[in-house]
Design a protein around this ligand. Structure first.
Ligand code: S3P
Ligand code: PEP
Length: 429
């Protein structure tokens, strides 16, 4: 496909955007709806490619799922209602789909083969298959089980106590989903707190989960019941507009109904720390996931250090935070973020290489990057998403502050998490 000409050299983004539903919560709503008994309805579901891959996999497992735009209805028949698929399960580009699905399938008495796209084929899987094998699942795959295609035979599981070697909500969730089906108790111990949507959803579907310090436990043999899930907007999608509003002169943007789960709001902490003009109006909601409206205006920013337990709270926002840092006064250091190397692309390399093409002063480190901000406009050129949705959206926001023309290769990657991204961005012009 031809490179997309981006809008560059823009001033004043003004208006309101309602970002689409949260990707992590949308995946889980379909998964929990599929393993619960009874009907689950989902409102504000994200109809992005990743979540559609999750629906396609569960349909192949015999679950009736109706989806029309952002409304979904799942006819759950309980875990025992899942059937051995006649075909391979294709997760497309979605790490969340394949890793959480393996947790569910580990306890099912049948065989499945899991595949994905080229990017999934490079993402590590033994972080999930190794604890699941300890519980009793039989999983094999390319390169000693590290990569897809993976072949999985599930069955009787035994609960384990497992210390996560990396802070990963996907690994934690896979183990908890297996734990719901195992004999005895399953406990996961996190090195740092990661997003807790799975724990919240177990409770929403009538199950029990216990959290104590960094340990999260579930009992096996729990039965979940279908429910209604109202998905808040995705803060990871809102992040692109938060940064656009902060760095484009003369801007004021309000983002409506954004998820404000504290395990996801690291970007708001960073914006505040860097001096951004941001206001948060949290709803007084009784909902399962907190949400609210966020307003941001053009800001005068200073560099900062982003590290430690803040990293899992903003891991997917690091590409757009790197752009933000190019417009701050002074140096920004991002460290403890080696996990970025195993996302849709190696996000340390892609962020650094693509932003360099636009004239940014940025360098890669082993576990992050260093950005030398100078508050000046970027230049221009041809950049590429490399098939990574978050890189594509970050570059579209970068173009706004470029003085020359910018072309983006592989712009269609944005549909993985935000099919209407370009329309929503243009609505602020
Ligand atoms: O559980 C989830 O929904 C996710 C967890 C994170 O991945 P890791 O668990 O690999 O950190 C995140 O990067 C991903 O976009 C979504
Ligand atoms: C890393 C991401 O997703 P996943 O791991 O589900 O592919 C992401 O959305 O940035």
């Amino acid at each position: 496909m031809e490179a997309k000409k981006l809008i560059s050299n823009k001033s004043s983004l003004v208006g309101t955007v309602k970002v689409p539903g949260d990707k992590s919560i949308s995946h889980r709503a379909v998964m929990f709806g599929s393993i619960a008994s009874g009907v689950t309805t989902v409102e504000n579901f994200l109809p992005g490619e990743d979540c559609l891959s999750t629906i396609a996999c569960f349909r192949k497992l015999g679950v009736d799922i109706e989806q029309e735009g952002s409304r979904v209805k799942v006819e759950g028949k309980g875990l025992d209602g899942l059937q051995e698929p006649k075909d391979v399960l294709d997760v497309g580009n979605s790490g969340t789909t394949i890793r959480l699905l393996m947790g569910i399938l580990s306890g099912r008495p049948f065989h499945t083969v899991l595949i994905g796209d080229q990017s999934i084929g490079k993402r590590p899987m033994t972080r999930v298959t190794s604890p699941l094998a300890k519980m009793g699942a039989k999983i094999s795959g390319r390169k000693n089980g590290e990569y897809t295609p993976l072949s999985l035979s599930g069955g009787e599981l035994t609960g384990i106590e497992y210390e996560l070697p990396v802070a990963s909500a996907q690994v934690k969730s896979a183990i908890l989903l297996a734990g719901l089906q195992a004999n005895g108790v399953t406990t996961v111990i996190e090195p740092e707190k990661t997003r807790d949507h799975t724990e919240r959803m177990i409770r929403m579907f009538g199950g029990e989960v216990h959290s104590e310090g960094m340990a999260i436990s579930v009992n096996g043999g729990q039965e979940l019941k279908g429910t209604h899930v109202d998905v808040p907007g995705d803060i990871s999608s809102a992040a692109f507009f938060l940064v656009a509003g902060a760095i484009v002169a003369g801007s004021q943007i309000t983002l409506k109904n954004v998820g404000l789960n504290p395990t996801r709001t690291g970007i708001l902490d960073v914006l505040k720390k860097m001096g951004a003009d941001v206001t948060i109006e949290a709803y007084d909601s009784a909902g399962n996931e907190p949400a609210g409206n966020i307003t941001i205006g053009t800001s005068s920013l200073k560099g900062t250090v982003i590290s430690g337990d803040l990293i899992p709270r903003l891991i997917d926002e690091i590409p757009i935070i790197a752009l933000l840092a190019t417009q701050a006064e002074g140096k920004t250091v991002i460290k403890d973020a080696a996990e970025l190397k195993v996302k849709e692309t190696n996000r340390i390399d892609t962020v650094v290489n693509e932003l360099k093409k636009l004239g940014a002063n940025i360098e890669a480190t082993d576990d992050g990057m260093i950005i030398y901000g100078n508050s000046s406009r970027l230049s221009g050129g041809t950049v590429a998403s490399h098939g990574d949705h978050r890189i594509g959206m970050m570059l579209a926001v970068a173009a706004l502050i470029c003085s020359d023309e910018v072309y983006l290769e592989d712009s269609e990657a944005v549909a993985v998490s935000y099919p209407d991204f370009f329309n929503d961005l243009h609505s602020l012009f």
